[in-house]
Design a protein around this ligand. Structure first.
Ligand code: DC
Length: 224
């Protein structure tokens, strides 16, 4: 059996998970798997084919027909780069509804676990340390205040040329925190063995260095 390196990064929307995971993926030569993008892709497919969140069989069929992989951190769905489409505010508003469905989660968790068997991975999401990669040797839980997270998302979307209001984004983040943390199946929570990092007021390099140091020192002491 090949022992694969896996790093789990969890936390609420806008805590900096994807930016930090992408940088760590480069440093440690890991494949970056953005599991939120996979839930967003299901939402995109469902909305564009008029399959409602109540039609569980329809959703399961849809997922079975979805071919998803990551190319340079961007999600390719059925041969199309859907990165722009899945990060739109419309999908952000609806995604928690689809991500709360146990049948959808079961299918995506299986796909994510299969990816971790094939590659050394860094995965970010809500349930990576608690469900998807329960045995991961490295688990981190990133947090930041809702205002700081909304501000980061606002800047990101404005930089992409989208017309958005800060207040709408803050409302959406608070709503998603509630839905993601209070759903029945695999809610957002810190794994007991995860290291929590509050990124409020910290810059990206500071967080990346903190996590890198931890991984490097564990790898070195494990190799002795
Ligand atoms: O990280 P993100 O904002 O792109 O995630 C989109 C939604 O998907 C988020 O509201 C919660 C959900 N999600 C989840 O339930 N489990 C994951 N592993 C990743 C994301």
């Amino acid at each position: 059996m090949i022992l694969r390196l896996s790093v789990a990064i969890d936390g609420p929307a806008g805590a900096g998970k994807s930016t930090i995971a992408k940088l760590l993926a480069k440093d440690f030569n890991l494949m970056y798997i953005n599991t939120g993008a996979m839930y967003r892709a299901v939402t995109l497919m469902a909305l564009s084919t008029n399959v409602s969140s109540e039609d569980i069989d329809g959703l399961c069929d849809l997922i079975d027909k979805m071919d998803m992989y990551f190319n340079k951190d961007r999600l390719i769905l059925n041969n199309e780069d859907v990165e722009e489409k899945i990060t739109s505010p419309e999908i952000s508003k609806k995604v928690s509804e689809f991500a709360a469905l146990p049948e959808v989660r079961k299918k995506l968790v299986k796909l994510q676990q299969n990816m971790s068997k094939q590659y050394d991975v860094i995965m970010d999401g809500r349930d990576i340390g608690t469900v998807v990669l329960k045995e991961a040797p490295f688990k981190f839980f990133l947090t930041a205040s809702p205002e700081e997270r909304a501000n980061r998302r606002y800047k990101e979307l404005v930089n992409k040329g989208l017309k958005v209001e800060y207040e709408d984004i803050l409302k959406d983040i608070i709503n998603r925190d509630y839905l993601d943390s209070n759903r029945k199946t695999d809610p957002l929570r810190k794994a007991e063995d995860a290291i929590e990092i509050d990124t409020t007021g910290l810059n990206i390099d500071g967080v990346v260095n903190k996590i890198s140091e931890h991984i490097k020192s564990s790898l070195v002491s494990g190799a002795k």
